[in-house]
Design a protein around this ligand. Sequence first.
Ligand code: FES
Ligand SMILES: [Fe+2]
Length: 422
Amino acid sequence: MFTPLTGYLTSVGASVPLVLQRSALVLQRPARCCTSGALAPAVAAVVGCLLMNDIALPQREVPDSLMLYGFWYRALPGKQVGGRRLQKTMLLETPLAIGRDAQGRAFALHDACPHRGMPLSHGVFDGQQVECSYHGWKFDGQTGQCKLIPSLTADQKLKIDRIYAGSYPCEEHDDFIWVFVPQPPPAGAGFTKATDAPMPAPRVPTFSEKYKLAYLTADLPCSVDHGIIGLMDPAHGPFVHQAWWWRSRDSIHEKQKNFEPIPNGFRMSAHTPSSNSAPYKLLRLYADAESITTTIDFVLPNLRLETIRAGKYWFSSLTTVTPITRSHCRIDVVAAWNIFRWLPLGPQLLKFVFAKFVEQDRQTMEQQSEGLKYNPHLMLIDDADRPAKWYFGLKAAHLEAKRTGGEMKHPLPGPVTLKWRS
Ligand code: FES
Ligand SMILES: [Fe+2]
């Protein structure tokens, strides 16, 4: 799908597990496989899908669209949240009310009152507490703890401080509010005090004190899996991302890229970017650098990091594809750079380029979704779709490790070289 300046996260694969090594892997249907929220059936489904597809070639399907809990996700651009209004949003089919307290700190509450489910986003917020619009219960914005139940009389001793509206760890940086989405409580169970996230939210890498930052966001009418495998698909570039200032369809040529495993993901090792795109030629001239190198990482659940270094100049981006529901996701690209900082229209120019790419991808996914409605038979082929196979492998390995409490078995045992034409 989207790759600002380089190609796509493409690549390799030395020794992937047996089930992923075949030349074509057919994606399995979600409804049949993986709609259950329970972890064990879900893992079995993912693994089962991979196996089944591998053995019996034409199979019908669609990726599993399983959503991974226990990670940070981008919720909203920070500037959409402020004042006395709670902003409604959704992550992983979890409704959220996002607000900002009087000190400017963002918070995220489950958007359903623990009394009778009224969305708290309909309530009144005073900069500290949210008052539910139905019976006036009040909750602390940051902790979700209940502070007042107006209907209680003086002699009724309900311990209201034990009542919580669901509250999620929240961080804000790089112009976005991030929310940590834990495994949901069992159906029907109430919320208790929220625990801290086990790790900080991801950030866009930066390499100098001064830099510019810009972001773009687009809704995609597809499951998170199609959004993500689109991100790491090199083969659509020449067909979807043509532009006179970028590359022509005729510039397609054979490429070879090295990949290596990294924790929870894989890396397209540092390489000199493809010579068939004009911006790179320009960058080489401008930076007057001996070498330009690009590194692209994919890390679960949904992060694509790209870093380009050319002497003292750099460009980096952190792209995420966030599951909103099983059938919808959103792509957010945040880029930082110190290249062309002197150019007055630099950010606008970059935004223009990004917007063009993202829009091309969005349109493609919209058209693809028409075809997916009828549950067609799908394939992943070597080597261009190998990263997509790794993505499914990583997801299955992560879920399996969570289920067993053991170490995650990485689908890439070591460095691999992949070849394709793009
Ligand atoms: S539903 Fe919120 S106070 Fe009753
Ligand atoms: Fe794309």
